[in-house]
Ligand binder design. Structure first.
Ligand SMILES: Nc1ncnc2c1ncn2[C@@H]1O[C@H](COP(=O)(O)OP(=O)(O)OP(=O)(O)O)[C@@H](O)[C@H]1O
Ligand SMILES: [Mg+2]
Length: 263
């Protein structure tokens, strides 16, 4: 008998995502393939964060289900989910007094065994996360004394230290200067290519999405209006349909991917 096909890493089945009884993203059936980068785009309030947080099991669906590796995420324990999936929310509460190292350490807790002690492997994961985010020299700084971009990178480091196969990022490039934005997008590609990670990220910069994602999913009023590879998804029609924006789309001279310029 041939092996059964591997299920998608993450899937939504007739999912109603929302807040309490207010459904924001209705009836979504959707799947994310392994080792891919998916960019979620759309206007403010279109439901991107609501969807991402529901996929991450932070929000409970109002209907339908989310499947992680083919299993309903709601029936798995929080620790079990946290070993497989890390999430960077759009806004996070900054713990007063905590250092970067302490915050990054939090990312290791799901991986600790019954004797909850940090071991050499945890040290390695934390060091790697700090290096990848360029925070090696800031490990002992207090989070509440960092700049907005440094703090954002500390949250990213915390998610990386979790060493999961699935990473959900909500506007990770917000607050980052251009250099750190480019570094972050390259890091995400490296995680996909060399660590086999699956990444879903909310992005507002459509050119960044077109350049680095394998797939662009555009939401408007909670509905998926466009879903496909950048060459198909990033068109003048999409920009009009999703954002009411009049734009031209040209070939990016560096990457060959679509690049839009507003009129
Ligand atoms: N905690 C909440 N309780 C009730 N309604 C909420 C809550 N958070 C968001 N909403 C509403 O849900 C809708 C979708 O919000 P969501 O945060 O998912 O949008 P978004 O696409 O992430 O927008 P943005 O680009 O501004 O981050 C909006 O109408 C918003 O007002
Ligand atoms: Mg949002």
């Amino acid at each position: 008998m041939p092996d059964p096909p591997t299920p998608p890493v993450l899937a939504a089945r007739s999912l109603d995502a929302g807040h309490g009884r207010r459904v924001v993203v209705p009836d979504l059936t959707w799947a994310v393939e392994p080792r891919t980068i998916t960019a979620l785009v759309g206007p403010n309030g279109s439901g991107k964060s609501t969807l991402l947080m529901t996929l991450a099991r932070v929000l409970k669906p109002a209907g339908g289900s989310v499947l992680l590796d083919g299993e309903p995420i709601g029936s798995r324990s929080s620790v079990d989910v946290a070993r497989r999936l890390a999430v960077l929310p759009q806004t996070a509460v900054v713990p007063t007094g905590a250092t970067v190292r302490e915050v990054v350490e939090q990312g290791r807790y799901p991986q600790l065994g019954p004797w909850a002690m940090l071991r050499r492997r945890d040290d390695g994961a934390m060091r790697r996360a700090l290096e990848l985010t360029g925070l090696g020299d800031h490990a002992d700084r207090r989070l509440d004394t960092l700049s907005g971009g440094e703090r954002q990178r500390a949250w990213i480091a915390m998610a990386l230290a979790q060493e999961t196969g699935v990473l959900l990022l909500d506007e990770p490039t917000t607050y980052l200067d251009v250099r750190h934005q480019v570094d972050l997008m390259r890091l995400v590609e490296h995680l996909r290519d060399d660590h086999g990670m699956t990444v879903v990220m909310v992005l507002h910069d459509l050119n960044q999405a077109a350049r680095h994602a394998d797939r662009i999913v555009a939401l408007r009023d909670g509905r998926v209006v466009v879903d496909g590879p950048p060459a198909e998804a990033m068109t003048a029609e999409t920009l009009r349909a999703v954002f009411d924006l009049d734009a031209v789309v040209i070939d990016d001279p560096v990457s060959g991917r679509p690049l839009f310029v507003a009129r």
